[in-house]
Design a protein around this ligand. Structure first.
Ligand SMILES: *Cc1c(COP(=O)(O)O)cnc(C)c1O
Length: 410
């Protein structure tokens, strides 16, 4: 292999760093996970059975919260949270511009209006100053999103929520296993929501959870996930009764025992997996400190970052190309990069329905042009991590402006 052939970017016909694409995230399913699922398939209860409270109790214990309510997805968890705090037409809920669309959608499901606020440029976490500026008499709640896995500034957000008598919700879909000032994610807000989609920290295929210290909110969400009915199939079997009452309009957001058995099995591995994610992030941090034009997001003091994502910002003033071209070049090298996220207020639905658009959240919009998520998941080998670093160096080396070439040694 000639040196030139390996230096030429794969996108221009050179040899790629990897033949097979390394995904940005991926589940880990081991033999004990499979056994746990098969055991449920042979049991009496496929849904509304004993595996659901088992998973909920293990999750509540792990997050140090009184209650945990399991549902069919992270989106269902957000919807249940908006229902539990009684979001209604006319209500406003503050959400950050950079998040997955489901955060804002959950407000709309209940007829509320999401108010998009800007993020802090260094962390891309919701900016409490912007939150304060957007609170109105219609505001009922703030949803903080622990973007990439870093818990938000919950002390400041809590003060704001208390001062204005609004609820504080954590969309903690990225931060399971993280902590803030020694307190675990899951007990940092009135309600915290989680997702068990395969790219998240633990998986149930599809699934979600809400943790809370408020038994009344938990009770409301258990009714909501079951059509608004006060008892479930197993409870009626046990009581030998057919009678039930539908007290409110709910949905079928139940999760199965099959999924919860998998969830309990996965939960036991969470802390080891988060540790591995942090190790990979440290290796990236050290490597990219030497690479011009590549800047990891800042991590604030007093947080333990759960690294669902590893996001870097490209300094486009030092590159001859756009983020899109860097993205395409890395993909061609076999690195499954991604972009999280298109600011939600720029999606056609929100523009059409709520009149949002460019200019509303300038920090988020500028950051969006610069961000790239690199692969990070616990089963990545050290060699995989080095491939990513090698590919980033290779791509940046060929795209940096002339003055920065010296960093690469000729
Ligand atoms: C994954 C995710 C969700 C939605 O979870 P699903 O389980 O896919 O419905 C919501 N918010 C954030 C920030 C997420 O990352």
């Amino acid at each position: 292999m000639s040196d030139n052939h390996s230096k030429t970017l794969a996108i221009f016909g050179g040899l790629p760093v990897r033949q097979k694409l390394l995904p940005y995230g991926r589940q880990c399913i081991e033999d004990d996970d499979i056994t746990a699922v098969v055991d449920v398939l042979r049991s009496d209860w496929l849904t509304t059975g004993p595996k659901i409270p088992e998973f909920e109790q293990a999750f509540a214990a792990l997050t140090g919260s009184l209650e945990a309510v399991a549902v069919s997805s992270g989106t269902a968890a957000l919807h249940a949270a908006m229902y539990a705090i009684d979001i209604k037409p006319g209500d406003e809920v503050i959400v950050p511009a950079i998040t997955f669309a489901a955060t804002a959608n959950s407000v709309v499901f209940q007829g509320g209006r999401p108010i998009f606020v800007d993020v802090h440029p260094d962390t891309l976490l919701i900016d409490p100053e912007q939150v304060a500026r957007h609170i109105s008499t219609k505001t009922k709640a703030i949803i903080a999103v622990d973007y990439a896995g870093q818990p938000c500034d919950y002390d400041t957000l809590r003060k704001l929520a208390d001062r204005y008598h609004v609820k504080l919700i954590a969309d903690a879909c990225h931060s399971l296993g993280g902590s803030y000032k020694g307190r675990p994610v899951g007990q940092l807000a009135d309600l915290s929501t989680f997702s068990f989609h395969p790219v998240k920290h633990i998986t149930t295929g599809e699934g979600g959870m809400i943790s809370t210290n408020d038994p009344d909110l938990a009770r409301r969400m258990r009714i909501f996930r079951n059509h608004g009915i006060t008892s479930d199939h197993r409870q009626r079997e046990q009581q030998g009764s057919w009678f039930y009452e539908m007290v409110d309009l709910g949905y079928n957001y139940r999760i199965t025992d099959i999924q919860c058995a998998l969830g309990s099995s996965q939960l036991r591995k969470l802390s080891a997996w988060v540790k591995r994610r942090q190790e990979i992030a440290q290796r990236y941090n050290a490597a990219f400190a030497e690479v011009p034009a590549v800047r990891p997001l800042d991590v604030r003091a007093e947080v333990s970052h759960a690294y669902h994502l590893y996001v870097v910002r490209l300094d486009l003033t030092r590159l001859q190309v756009t983020r899109g071209q860097v993205f395409a070049a890395l993909r061609a090298e076999g690195i499954g990069v991604n972009v999280h996220y298109i600011p939600v207020h720029l999606h056609p639905f929100y523009r059409k329905q709520f009149g949002t658009g460019p200019g509303l959240c300038p920090v988020a919009e500028a950051a969006y042009e610069q961000i790239i998520s690199l692969p990070i998941f616990p089963q990545m080998t050290d060699a995989d991590v080095e491939d990513v670093i090698r590919a980033v160096r290779k791509v940046v080396r060929s795209f940096v402006i002339e003055q920065d070439r010296k960093y690469f040694g000729g």
